[in-house]
Design a protein around this ligand. Structure first.
Ligand code: QAP
Ligand code: CO
Length: 175
C-alpha cells in the first residue's frame, strides 16, 4: 500500500487521454488499492489514474449517499469506464484534487449510465444520478484529459486560471 503523488494543474500530463486497460492483473489491482488509499489520504471522493501520473483508464470513487459518510461504504473502482447513456442537465459546484482550493459551477448531465469493468473483472453497468452522476462524469473527463476548469466558459476559465497562477506564485514566495 502506498500513497501516490497527485499531479496538480497546470501539469501537462493531466491533458493525457488515458489508454484502455487490456487485462485486470495484479498490477491493476495494486494501482486500484494505492489510488483508493491516496484518495482517502487527500480527503477526496474520486480519483482518476491520470491524476496519479498513470496512463491507464482506471478511476476510484467513494461518493457519500445522502448525508451519512462512512469511509469505504461506497468505494468502487472502475476500469475502462464509458458513459453509454445520459439525460437531463444540471449544475454543480465542483472541486478537484488536482486543482486544490478552487471550485466552480460546472454544467453536467443529471443522470448517466456508465459501463465499466470492476476489480473482480465483472462487466458492470451503473445507473447514477445526484452527486454520484457528477462524480462519474468528472472522473471519465480526467481519463480523457479534461479538467472541470476546461468545461467553463472562456471568460470564467481565464479568471480561474489567473487566480490559480497567482496562488501558485504566492506559494512559491512563501518558501
Ligand atoms: C471529483 O473531487 C468530484 O479543492 C472528486 O482542497 C468533484 O474529491 C466529484 C478536494 C465534484 C463530485 C463533485 C478538493 C479536496 C476534493 C479540494 C474531489 C480540496 C480538497 C475533490
Ligand atoms: Co478531479
Amino acid at each position: 500500500m502506498s500513497i501516490l503523488d497527485i499531479l496538480k494543474y497546470p501539469d501537462p500530463f493531466l491533458k493525457t487521454k488515458a489508454k484502455p486497460v487490456s487485462r485486470v492483473d495484479e498490477e491493476i489491482k495494486r494501482l486500484i488499492s494505492d489510488m483508493a488509499e491516496t484518495m482517502y489520504f487527500a480527503k477526496g471522493i474520486g480519483l482518476a489514474a491520470t491524476q496519479a501520473g498513470v496512463n491507464k483508464r482506471v478511476a476510484v470513487l467513494d461518493v457519500p449517499k445522502g448525508d451519512s459518510y462512512k469511509k469505504g461504504e461506497n468505494l468502487i473502482a472502475l476500469i475502462n469506464p464509458e458513459i453509454i447513456a445520459h439525460g437531463g442537465e444540471t449544475k454543480y459546484e465542483e472541486g478537484c484534487l488536482s486543482v486544490p482550493g478552487f471550485t466552480a459551477e460546472v454544467k453536467r448531465f443529471t443522470q448517466v449510465v456508465v459501463k465499466a469493468i470492476d476489480k473482480d473483472r465483472n462487466n458492470i453497468e451503473i445507473k447514477a444520478d445526484g452527486l454520484f452522476a457528477i462524480a462519474l462524469q468528472h472522473e471519465v473527463d480526467h481519463l480523457n484529459g479534461i479538467l472541470f476548469i476546461d468545461r467553463l466558459s472562456k471568460l470564467k476559465r481565464d479568471i480561474i486560471k489567473r487566480k490559480i497562477k497567482k496562488a501558485i506564485e504566492n506559494e512559491k514566495k512563501m518558501l
